[in-house]
Design a binder for this molecule. Structure first.
Ligand code: SF4
Length: 463
């Protein structure tokens, strides 16, 4: 978090950078540099999230379950990839798919051909060579720039890396899922966390120019939220170039479906999934690791209840997570704006109420009242009981007043401003964020505005 302000101006810009590895805040005051999170004269606070720039165009070729040593309990790639075709894609199909996707390349500098949905390095050497030959020719022709595939950590070996080293492989995505061996055992992965550690190190050493991506899940059987976060920390320690996060859903045709029907597995609620994935997103991005996907890709087949049996499925899950982050930040900025009003100098102190002072006064009044009641209790025991009850009510009232003091600080109107493309994130799904902010700060009129000059991940607030 970086924040800079001048007390000679009426504007403060406070920036939260998720890609930043440091958290600093600086206020310049008449050439002096102070450390602060806000300025007393500040009128504007700004919050910034991470910016992921220039992702490549990824052209997917699906090879459902090809190369998989077995089916992991949660997996049904035919459902995820909407493909029931078990034949391997041939060069003609690959060329055609590439041509089709390249029409939508736009201004993306890089295009990668990606083999997804299976365990690429678990394929036979013949198939690996065949796919990479086809893709390599497309790179040579200049149509695409590199080759990407997803594979299990235990397939990254000296032999497999030697096999692919001769091809222009630009990205390898490891299906990590968890860094907890008990959890990996429970879901029948057939590899341990150690395999991921070894795979990451080997890949970096043998193919140093190759991007390393990691895929993880949230809501796996036996895994608490803290364990999921611990997995994420261990993955982040490997400094992947990007991460994908999938909250676990129950797919028809998977072994997890049987567990679910027998009551052996209960999926996360959508709300729980948003909260844990939000924490994962913030964890990775705070360490400079982009999160390129949250939740499964939306498709018509996912709307089929025979395919999507249960779990935190939402066609725009990533949007829900981003919206939650915007909601949290908007709430923090509003609280900060209210707090500023209480600590502002003489001009603002007169203009705005001091919530802390108000609360103190109310508490003091309640204390005095309780004392009076106590004296009265000495004179008349029965009366004292009533007075005690009264004192209790007063205490509750004082507590309520304390709770509401913050939101009734005198700030009547606040304007939140975002880049136009972030408006829906700030508003939330079906304007849920605006409703929530209104519930949290009922006495404040919150206006929303757009400003193209802001970063897409910024929120600016003005009183
Ligand atoms: S999760 Fe990966 S390795 Fe396991 S069955 Fe699915 S595609 Fe194969």
């Amino acid at each position: 978090m970086t924040s800079t302000a001048s007390q000679n101006s009426r504007t403060l810009r406070s920036t939260v950078s998720q890609n930043s590895r440091t958290l600093t805040s600086t206020v310049s005051q008449n050439s002096r540099t102070l450390t602060s999170t806000a300025s007393q004269n500040s009128r504007t606070l700004t919050s910034r999230a991470s910016t992921n720039s220039g992702p490549p165009l990824v052209i997917p070729i699906f090879i459902p379950h090809a190369g998989c040593p077995h089916k992991c309990i949660f997996c049904n790639q035919n459902a995820i990839t909407s493909s029931t075709d078990m034949t391997m894609p041939d060069p003609y199909h690959i060329d055609k798919t590439v041509d089709e996707y390249l029409k939508y390349r736009g201004d993306r500098k890089e295009a990668e051909l990606a083999f997804f949905g299976g365990n690429f390095l678990g394929l036979s050497a013949r198939w690996i060579n065949s796919f990479l030959d086809t893709a390599g020719k497309l790179v040579k022709s200049g149509k695409i720039d590199g080759i990407r595939f997803s594979t299990r950590p235990d397939t990254i070996t000296d032999q497999s890396l030697e096999l692919i080293a001769q091809y222009p492989v630009s990205t390898v995505e490891l299906g990590v899922q968890s860094m907890n061996d008990n959890v990996l055992d429970a879901v029948g992965r057939g590899h341990g966390a150690e395999d991921t550690l070894r795979a990451g190190a080997k890949l970096r050493a043998v193919l140093p120019g190759c991007r390393l991506g990691m895929q993880m899940m949230a809501g796996l059987p036996l895994e608490s939220h803290e364990m999921t976060l611990e997995s994420a920390r261990k993955m982040a320690d490997l400094s992947p170039d990007f991460v994908r996060i999938y909250p676990l859903v129950v797919l028809g045709g998977s072994r997890l479906a049987t567990w679910y029907h027998r009551g052996r597995y209960t999926p996360l609620t959508l709300e729980d999934a948003i909260e844990i994935v939000k924490k994962l997103y913030l964890l990775f991005t705070s360490r400079g690791i982009p999160v390129i996907r949250m939740g499964l890709q939306a498709s018509d087949i996912m709307e089929d209840q025979r395919v999507m049996l249960a779990g935190p499925w939402h066609p725009a899950f990533g949007h829900l997570v981003h919206s939650r982050i915007f909601l949290d930040r908007a709430g923090e900025l509003i609280k900060a704006a209210i707090t500023n009003s209480k600590i502002t100098g003489t001009d603002l102190a007169e203009k705005y109420n001091n919530p802390a002072e108000q609360a103190d006064k109310l508490a003091e009044q309640a204390d005095n009242q309780a004392k009076q009641d106590h004296n009265q209790a000495k004179q008349d025991h029965n009366q004292a009981k009533q007075d005690d009850n009264q004192a209790e009510q007063d205490d509750n009232q004082a507590e309520q007043a304390n709770n509401t003091a913050e939101i009734s600080s005198g700030v009547k109107k606040l304007t939140l401003t975002v880049h136009p493309s972030s408006l829906s994130r700030l508003q939330g799904d079906k304007k849920s964020n605006l409703k929530k902010l209104h519930e949290l700060f009922p006495s404040i009129r919150i206006c929303i505005m757009c400003d193209k000059s802001l970063d897409k991940n910024e929120i600016s607030i003005k009183k």
